[in-house]
Design a protein around this ligand. Structure first.
Ligand SMILES: [Ca+2]
Length: 491
């Protein structure tokens, strides 16, 4: 009997344990289901199709899942998880496209987690003025210096003006989640936040920093010269909780001959790209300054090269948008793809442009590595400016007793007796000279050659490549390393 009772006791205990285990598993699974992300269509901008601005929402993305569902009249375009506030967990910022009757356009949406109710909610949303999706930039930054993160949204609108919208967090509520209020929304030829470095006490959270200023540039409507501009400075007005105008200055524009301006500022991005093609040098540096900054614009090769002293950075030319006074260009670093630069380029003369460069939306005004400034075209003749740079056609296979070289669709391969290299190539002009730059694969060497090309009577071609270093004074030729190559007649 005693044995029976013992057996029964074990049996009941085992059953009870099994039941508790099952119940625990079931309630956990239900909780997990409740916390599971809602998976809806998540699209990202396809940057590969440079120049096709605007409405294209591209291919579906994998990765970040949105924690809240899209509304029936919405398409989710991007999702970013970030910790936006004081509580530990991450919130989500969604960019959505409203497809319903009204209102339409792009909007920013915040998804917040409510720990009390253990759910994700759509805690806030706002329409944004950006319409050209490929230009949209979203950043989360402490703009006001109060250690709270603002949402910064920039991008171009329908009339090719740059827009900037800032949202500041409101005092958070535990029942309704994180919400924001707009503190500035601007559209102009050019608009940017002036980021100044903040003191160490700010970095250590011992003090607040100064709010950043915002500058916007628009056409001076009282002037007949379309390149004359008005610069408006916007400063933070804490009492009104908005950015307000603090000063307005007139900036005289260049007196560009009407005929030249008409050819370049046509409203078509390709006309300004043709004008830019080639090598430009920083007008502030002395003509013999070896550290002068140089910019090479190569639309054909889809690249922009930043030279400074011995260093050079190559950026992929993703897209261009025509602006009233020039061009707005989106680029990304060839090696570090997440590093993006936006260039706002204004025509300031037949041979000069003003360049503003942004990384992360902010203009770092006290940084040493600034690329902003006025640049002049490196050119031999003054009339060259408005002519389209016709680059020599190097395509095909070339050889000499010692070398084999081929150029095909932006890529090259070079075989020498003792070495070989593969990579991309870029062509540009320096004055009347033509240059090809060979960029060997990742982290490899870069060599510039001056090009001389001759076509013979039988259709074969001779190519002489002389190693050079581009400088402000033109090309410095190296004494050794020249290549003399020939190409049979192309059939
Ligand atoms: Ca948080």
């Amino acid at each position: 009997m005693k044995r029976f009772v013992t057996t029964l006791f074990f049996l009941v205990s085992a059953l009870a344990l099994a039941f508790v285990g099952w119940y625990w598993w079931k309630s956990n699974a239900e909780r997990a289901d409740a916390a599971k992300p809602v998976s809806t269509r998540n699209l990202v901008v396809n940057h590969d199709e440079g120049g096709t601005a605007g409405e294209d929402v591209g291919k579906p993305a994998t990765g970040n899942l949105n924690r809240i569902g899209a509304l029936p009249d919405e398409v989710v375009i991007s999702v970013e998880s970030q910790n936006l506030d004081q509580d530990e967990g991450e919130e989500q910022i969604l960019i959505v496209k409203k497809t319903g009757a009204k209102p339409t356009g792009l909007a920013v949406v915040i998804a917040d987690w409510l720990p009390e109710r253990k759910i994700w909610i759509r805690s806030w949303e706002s329409l944004i003025p950006v319409t050209k999706l490929t230009t949209l930039q979203l950043q989360v930054r402490d703009i006001l210096g109060d250690h709270r993160l603002c949402i910064v949204i920039a991008g171009m609108d329908e009339i090719n003006e740059q827009t900037l919208t800032l949202f500041r967090p409101r005092i958070e509520s535990e029942t309704t989640g994180l919400a924001y209020m707009p503190i500035v929304s601007l559209a102009a030829d050019s608009v940017f936040i002036e980021a100044i470095e903040r003191p160490e006490s700010y970095q250590l959270a011992q003090s607040n920093g100064s709010p950043f200023r915002i500058l916007s540039f628009s056409r001076d409507r009282e002037s007949e010269n379309p390149l004359d501009q008005v610069r408006t400075t916007w400063t933070w007005d804490g009492r009104g909780s908005v950015y307000a105008t603090s000063s307005i200055d007139r900036i005289p524009g260049a007196q560009v001959e009407q005929e030249i301006a008409n050819k370049v500022l046509t409203g078509r991005a390709s006309d300004f790209e043709d004008f830019l093609q080639g090598l430009w040098y920083d007008a502030d540096s002395g003509p013999r300054d070896p550290k002068a900054r140089l910019l090479v614009f190569d639309r054909k090769g889809a690249s922009i090269i930043f030279f400074s002293g011995d260093s050079q950075e190559v950026f992929h030319w993703n897209e261009s948008h025509s602006t009233r006074t020039g061009l707005y260009i989106g680029t990304q670093n060839e090696s570090v793809q997440t590093l993006k630069r936006l260039l706002d380029i204004e025509m300031t003369g037949a041979e000069s442009v003003a360049v503003r460069v942004f990384e992360d939306l902010l203009m770092k005004i006290d940084s040493e590595n600034r690329w902003d400034g006025t640049y002049r075209r490196l050119t031999a003749g003054k009339t060259a400016a408005v002519k389209v740079a016709t680059l020599l056609d190097l395509a095909g296979a070339w050889q000499s007793p010692k070398a084999r070289l081929s150029f095909k669709e932006g890529s090259y391969s070079l075989e020498l007796d003792s070495s070989s290299s593969l990579g991309r190539y870029i062509q540009y002009r320096v004055g009347t000279d033509q240059v090809v730059e060979l960029l060997a694969g990742t982290g490899g060497q870069r060599i510039h050659y001056e090009i001389e090309l001759r076509t013979n009577k039988d259709g074969s071609r001779n190519l002489t490549l002389t190693p050079v270093v581009p400088t402000i004074n033109g090309l410095e030729r190296k004494e050794s390393g020249s290549l003399n190559l020939t190409q049979k007649k192309q059939r």
